[in-house]
Write a protein that binds this ligand. Sequence first.
Ligand code: PLP
Ligand code: TYF
Length: 398
Amino acid sequence: MFENIQSRGVDQILAMMQTFKADARETKVDLIVGVYKDAKGDVPVMRAVKEAERRLIEAEDTKTYVGISGDPVFRGQVPALLLGAGSPVIAQERVASLQTVGGSGALRVGCDLLNAVMPAQKIWVSTPTWANHVPIATDAGLTVDTYPYFRPSDRGLDFEAMMAHLEAHSKAGEILLLHACCHNPTGVDMSLEQWQIVTDFVVERGLIPYVDCAYQGLGNGMEEDAAGLRIMAEKVPEMVLASSFSKNFGIYRERTGALSVIAKTPEDLTKTLKAAETLIRSNYSMPPSHGARIVATVFDDADLTADWRSELDEMRVRIAEVRQELRAKLEARQVTQDLAFLTDQNGMFSYTGFNPEQVTKLREDHGIYTAGDGRINVAGLTPENLDAVADGFAAVLR
Ligand code: PLP
Ligand code: TYF
């Protein structure tokens, strides 16, 4: 039977990581996967996370099951983090969160839930979008369609094309997947005015917004990065949110995320949570404990929260500075094209616009590894490799 298996193709990002590992050159540079690296090129454990783990090891007195929807303290903290503590949606008791297996698990449970209510419903995703969005939605049974988003000519957002497309083609009840901030892979985000316009459109057309929030705090700050989704959350009757703590806590391998649901009424919310729990039960039964306990411990302690915030701010500022430095170094190398996109784009990723030949040339001639689509992880740039990367980029751009 297994001989009949057809390959669906591999995740390009994960495949490129394997190629990188196999490259023997000492000077090779990894700008592939979206993990935060410090100026030394390490993927550090944050101070507050280490301290929370110390406390957890001491205090933990059982390893019994946590329950289908996860840690109650963690679950209680997530809505305020996403929507703001003063959100009317919280006061109206219309939102609740479930702990999931990373942001990916949240996306999948959310898609399963939407597909359970609206089988094979259409979900609109941006062109391009995170490589895993389409497989997750498709495997959950939803029907994926795309809307224009990125404009190659200025490496910015083609908002007019996006709205014109949705205006012409989307129908009531269909799902609209949006990135909360730090759009993956482009780094191109909507302005707050544009969030307002999309919100009005979503309400008028009767779409279900599904917001993926994987990089809160790594663009412009914890509150700033959620400002767009907050505009939407206060206006729409229903909304689904998938969030991840992988990046802003640096706990990638602990698989910590949350699925949050905004319903029309508290009664609808209770029914929805029950339905989501049924789907989780027949999938992985219960989430792992450790990562959510780390997050809960940090947010439960004002000093740990402050320390986490300041380290997250350092990470965010480093990313922004590296963007400036890369731009300056390329300009100093007489690269003639407009490089404003490097500093305009947000978060860990920059969509360089390198074509496949340039991506290959960078890899083969210079040992510089980008994702296959030319996306770079800006946080992979360090004082040590920045000049070599600028030389390589300048060489393929000329
Ligand atoms: N959504 C986007 C846009 C991402 O870039 C990621 C990154 O991994 C995720 C979701 C999933 O995050 P997690 O590692 O928590 O599953
Ligand atoms: O886009 C990235 O680099 C991150 C990490 O299947 C990632 O989101 C990439 C691919 C994947 C899972 C996580």
